[in-house]
Write a protein that binds this ligand. Sequence first.
Ligand code: NAI
Length: 284
Amino acid sequence: MGIKTVMVIGAGQMGAGIAQVCAQSGFTVKLNDIAQESLDKGKAGIEKRLDRAVEKGRMSEDDKNATISNLTYTTEMKDASDCDLVIEAVVENMDVKTKVFQALDDITPEHAILASNTSSLPITEIAAVTNRPSQVIGMHFMNPVPVMKLVEIIKGLQTSDETYQSIEDMTKELSKTPVEVNDFPGFVSNRILMPMINEAIYTVYEGVASPEDVDTVMKLGMNHPMGPLTLADFIGLDTCLYIMEVLYEGFGDSKYRPCPLLRKYVKAGWLGKKSGRGFYNYEN
Ligand code: NAI
């Protein structure tokens, strides 16, 4: 059965963007959050981005209105009872996610696919709390969702080829590029990105170079659009530490040990841009 109606759970940074791109591509979308305030914020963000796209000539007024009419907002998860696909984008916490998946397993039709946008948690473990592990899959969008072209599609141990194919087709309908990945810690994106960021932090920790100089080397020498320490500040140093812990624990290999300086900054509350201070100072 084809995917027509989608619920996105969690109207935060990622969920609102995912709902927007699905609605823009003609899917009927229900955006859900437990907090009305988050739903209101998500809706305002979507409408602001659509207005800007029209102003810049990237979208017609008709397409904007069609996108808006494809979207509804709800605090009731039971509204997923007629959905073909649910994309979960709640906080990165296994307990919260498994509760959501158990509830969805009861609410959604038998044919529905349940996807998670998790950036680091094992899909196999999330799938195991449902009675439909073959229909559970990872759909890892990148931030900001309306701009970034990649979707990492993660196959859990029990994910069926049919489920994978439906999600790959849907990803293409969203005008994104799918990449097939098996379920291992960090998938591909964070397994490569986070150790690079961690190594950049070690370089500062060991006094090899300043944060500015490390970033300059990677920007001008490797043609990266943003240096690794600036990127770490944008992602959030708590998130970077969390993902390094997932890699360290998941592989049991010392090459993934989080840098002590990263731990120290997180303990100090220096979490990057969102807290005003990380490797750079954002307060003023
Ligand atoms: P966020 O904190 O901005 O949004 C999470 C939202 O989920 C909040 O609005 C919260 O009210 C809601 N929520 C929490 N529990 C809920 C529940 N039981 N039912 C319904 N809604 C609930 O988080 P963000 O950054 O959007 O991340 C969401 C997921 O996406 C996480 O798994 C994260 O790892 C992943 N991700 C994040 C990226 C990023 O750059 N921020 C990139 C790729 C994936």
